[in-house]
Design a protein around this ligand. Structure first.
Ligand code: AMP
Length: 281
């Protein structure tokens, strides 16, 4: 694995080492890697000729400075995991390398998706995601971009960004990797106690409960019940539980029995904000 810290050096290397017809695959991350990330690297290795991973904890996408400060950093272990998984290139830039002119100010037209769910509870978050992804995509220029369904709304936003950029990069969405309890793997889980990790599985159980009980008609009762499952389990605060159109994420209050749906949730446990989602049909 070759490590680059400078965008210019990475770009130069790529222009000299990728033959025509070869596919660059890219897995952007914020580090504190776990099996969810590694599943993306493995998929990237299967489908691409060159596996490029980035680790960059992007300050622009943290609406809560305390969350940024507490974000786990495990770079030595990350490097070992990436090497073991067969990564060819790791891009590890500084904040100054990505934002040499200070805080980014560009605005992307994302439409309603920006103010729903994560966008509503984390104002500015998706602008920050696009600000970093635009830069990373311009540096790496991958044919394939691998992202996790764990961040369902982020995948929709990035698809929109690729559209706005007129990019030919193909977005590959990979399934959420879970602990045996059902808890979606996340770097933030490292901040949970052992008991908290057990409790946190309730978020997936609540989504599964929704899936098992979904039927044509009103969805409100399902949301109410899922909320009570989380509260009873010990979650401190629920940002949202939503049953939404799978492509637009607009809430579906009454289901016609056909529209593709996804259930999404965000809730706090032990001061850690957890998100998860489940396709319903
Ligand atoms: P992050 O480091 O949290 O920014 O995540 C980097 C990439 O890994 C994103 O595309 C995430 O959606 C993906 N990812 C995070 N957790 C998981 C998981 N449990 N399963 C699959 N992909 C994941």
């Amino acid at each position: 694995m070759i490590l680059f810290k400078k965008a210019g050096e990475l770009k130069q290397y790529l222009s000299g080492h990728v033959l025509p017809g070869q596919k660059k695959g890219f897995v952007p991350t914020m580090g504190a890697l776990h099996e969810g990330h590694i599943s993306l690297i493995e998929r990237c290795r299967q489908e691409s000729d060159l596996v490029i991973c980035s680790i960059f904890v992007n300050p622009a996408q943290f609406n809560d400075p305390a969350d940024f400060e507490k974000y786990p950093i495990t770079i030595e272990n990350d490097i070992l995991l990436l090497e073991k998984a067969g990564t060819d290139i790791l891009f590890l830039p500084s904040v100054n390398e990505i934002y040499p002119n200070g805080n980014p100010t560009e605005h992307y037209t994302l439409g309603d998706i920006e103010t729903l769910l994560e966008g509503r509870f984390r104002p500015g978050h998706f602008q920050g995601v696009c600000q970093v992804m635009y830069r990373l995509l311009k540096i790496v220029e991958p044919q394939l971009l691998f992202m996790g369904q764990k961040d369902y709304q982020q995948c929709i936003v990035i698809q929109q960004l690729l559209h706005l950029m007129g990019s030919s990069t193909e977005l590959v969405i990979s399934p959420t990797q879970r602990e045996s309890s059902g808890l979606a793997m996340s770097s933030r889980n490292m901040r949970l106690s052992e008991k908290g990790k057990e409790t946190a599985a309730a978020i997936y159980q609540a989504l599964q409960w929704i899936k098992a009980h979904l039927q044509q008609g009103t969805t409100n009762d399902l949301i109410q019940h899922a909320g009570s499952l989380l509260t009873t389990a010990g979650f401190d605060k629920i940002d949202y539980i939503s049953i939404a159109h799978a492509e637009t994420l607009v809430p579906v209050d009454s289901w016609d029995g056909h529209t593709p749906l996804v259930a999404l949730a965000a809730a706090f446990l032990e001061d850690v904000r957890l998100i998860d989602n489940l396709s319903l049909n």
